[in-house]
Design a binder for this molecule. Structure first.
Ligand code: M6R
Length: 615
């Protein structure tokens, strides 16, 4: 992961770099650092363990002032979070590097450089880069030539920002695998891991292609492609807004984002539904000019690829797609898919799901699909102009707004909304039963209000969460499309409250997990009024008769009576077509309040990052 920001300007850049780092903190928050070239042409660096605020505090008492600088917020891969492992890394006190990615062959390079007399201060893979550059420079190359020359030595992924006190008028960058963007100003230019970092200073960007290197000066950008040839890249004017990073009345972004779901869902639906039809809102074409409508007519198989919460959204969509159409749908986590051999399928539509659009495994899986061959690729994403949207034939945007909490909430429910819209468009293309299409539309139109009604149960869910404070384990159960809802509930609980949680299809209990059930194991389940409700109730009886304590979010029609070891929160009547979306919401709140009671860092849970840009 990690976030990179850099600037070359006619004004001091430290504040710009720190603001950029704060906006990139979702990529990692183990430690942060900054290096500048000062007016005396000296390289100066400051680093701090912990969040960006720790670096800001250090810089208050010891300001660094310069017109050229680079900065970094880290998510540790090689070497624990410690000041000596924080970037920028420096060689010979004159060259500094920030890096996002992983250098796979760093051990060999480290040994080689050590043998040549280079001393290593850190345990990182990155430090080899800065010493390799220093070595190339000391052999007579300028900084650009040095960076270009060492790229052939690096295996793995990198986005690099490099400065040298010998060249105070240039910032050198390079990209292979990890994202990097140039922000264009007037007499000043910037770099960032994404545009969010740079929105306070510009809305004009150049996205680097894989293999690109660039020399950035105040008035000039010189770009070189993978072969070293000078190249021009398009300038993109972004409409992205800075987004609200204010908590307002909320204590945590996660709570705020849970409560923003009715508006986020409405925004994702706006203009996309008519009374009796879904409106095409998929942008893009295939390389041979096919539109989304043509592709949806032709498709005879769907493959969904994603990670984490987005993967769970894909699993739910499989139930929907296969119950409403004759198109088979597979779903796989990207980290597995990317390494599994796949036969090419002529009429396969590949859908990637991602909130950030920068998840390394998902991007690599998409790359693999493009090499293997398929009918078309479509990404469902929350970030316009992200790597995923730029690499896919088609894009269907979710309009959740910026999601800041590491635990994905509104991005998940809006992904599900986008998947229903896609399903509707697929059904129209396949000339499905009109009544079924209208039924989907009716459900979606009720969705924002129903989510609001569930949010009204906030206090009851907070009270329920008190029972979880001293628990170490939890089981989540669901049947049918509620099984992935349970998986998502378990993921939320473990990632922010650090309680070990597993999800099972309720019918699978008797095949093993029932052995775990005792009064110390809370069992959380969702029981909407669907065709599988009676089956689920039988499974819950199996748990209760063995002393298990049940926490159930149930439709009134479920008629499950409150008893000593059964805690129920009654849900509004919800159409089956949208039940998976609505029932995800109480599970988000349950995890949230459990984490608050446990006193964890809800928005930035330990060891995680919002955007997982390394393998
Ligand atoms: O940005 P993406 O949707 O591709 O991210 C995928 C996962 O890393 C993400 O959903 C992760 O599981 C969340 N932290 C879960 O809350």
């Amino acid at each position: 992961m990690c976030g990179i920001v850099g600037a070359i300007a006619q004004r001091p850049v430290t504040e710009i770099l720190l603001e950029g780092l704060s906006r990139l903190e979702y990529r990692g928050y183990d430690s942060a650092g900054l290096a500048i070239i000062n007016a005396d042409q000296h390289l100066q660096r400051e680093r701090a363990v912990g969040k960006v605020v720790a670096l800001k505090n250090k810089l208050k008492s010891k300001p660094l002032i310069g017109l050229l600088g680079i900065a970094h917020t880290r998510w540790a891969t090689h070497g624990k979070p410690a000041e000596r492992n924080a970037h920028p890394h420096v060689s010979n006190n004159r060259i500094a590097v920030v890096h996002n990615g992983i250098i796979e062959n760093y051990e060999v390079l480290r040994e080689e450089l050590k043998a040549e007399g280079y001393q290593f201060e850190s345990d990182t893979d990155t430090e080899v880069i800065v010493h390799l550059i220093e070595k190339a420079e000391s052999q007579g190359m300028n900084l650009l030539e040095a960076v270009m020359s060492i790229k052939t030595r690096l295996r793995g992924a990198y986005a690099l920002g490099v400065i040298s006190n010998d060249e105070p008028d240039h910032l050198i960058i390079a990209r292979h695998g990890s994202p990097l963007v140039i922000g264009l100003g007037l007499g000043e230019n910037f770099i960032g891991s994404d545009i969010q970092a740079l929105l306070p200073v510009t809305n004009r960007f150049i996205y680097l292609e894989n293999g690109d290197t660039a020399q950035i000066s105040r008035y000039e950008i010189a770009l070189y492609d993978v072969t070293g040839e000078s190249v021009e890249r398009d300038i993109v004017q972004s409409n992205a807004s800075m987004g609200s990073c204010e908590l307002g009345e909320y204590r945590h972004f996660m709570h705020k984002e849970i409560f923003e779901q009715p508006q986020a869902i409405q925004a994702t639906l706006d203009g996309r539904l008519e009374a009796d039809a879904f409106v095409n809102c998929i942008s893009g074409t295939t390389a041979n000019g096919q539109t989304a409508q043509q592709v949806l007519k032709e498709v005879d198989e769907i493959q969904i690829i994603a990670c984490g919460t987005s993967y769970h959204a894909g699993l739910i969509a499989r139930y929907w797609i296969e119950s409403m159409t004759d198109v088979p749908c597979n779903v796989e986590v990207a980290s597995e898919y990317r390494y599994r051999r796949q036969p090419p399928k002529k009429n396969l539509l590949v859908i990637t799901l991602s909130q950030s659009g920068e998840t390394a495994d998902t991007l690599a899986a998409l790359e693999k699909v493009k090499q293997t061959g398929c009918l078309a690729t479509l990404s469902i994403c929350n970030v316009p102009e992200s790597s995923l949207t730029r690499e896919s034939d088609f894009t269907l945007m979710t309009l959740a707004g910026a999601e800041i909490g590491v635990a994905s909430t509104k991005a998940f429910t809006t992904q599900l909304v986008a998947l229903q819209i896609l399903l509707g468009l697929l059904m129209q293309a396949k000339q499905a039963d009109q009544a079924k299409i209208e039924h989907l539309i009716t459900g979606l139109k009720q969705l924002p209000l129903l989510v609001e009604q569930v949010l009204d149960r906030d206090t009851a869910i907070e009270t329920m969460a008190e029972d979880f404070i001293d628990k170490n384990n939890a089981l989540f159960l669901g049947r049918g499309e509620q099984y992935p809802v349970a998986m998502e509930g378990a993921l939320k609980l473990k990632e922010i409250s650090y309680i070990h949680a597993e999800a099972y299809p309720a019918g699978e209990l008797k095949h093993g997990p029932l052995a775990l059930v005792d009064n110390e194991m809370p069992i959380i389940t969702v029981a909407p009024n669907t065709v599988l409700l009676e089956k689920l109730k039988s499974n819950l009886e199996e748990v209760r008769s063995r002393g298990g304590v049940l926490y159930i979010f149930a439709d009134k029609a479920a008629k499950i009576a409150k008893q000593d070891n059964i805690h129920i929160i009654e849900m509004p009547a919800i159409p089956e077509s949208i039940a998976a979306i609505v029932y995800s919401v109480p599970l988000q709140l349950l995890s949230y309040y459990t984490a608050v009671f446990k006193g964890t860092d809800v928005d930035k849970p330990r060891n995680l990052a919002k955007s997982v840009t390394v393998e």
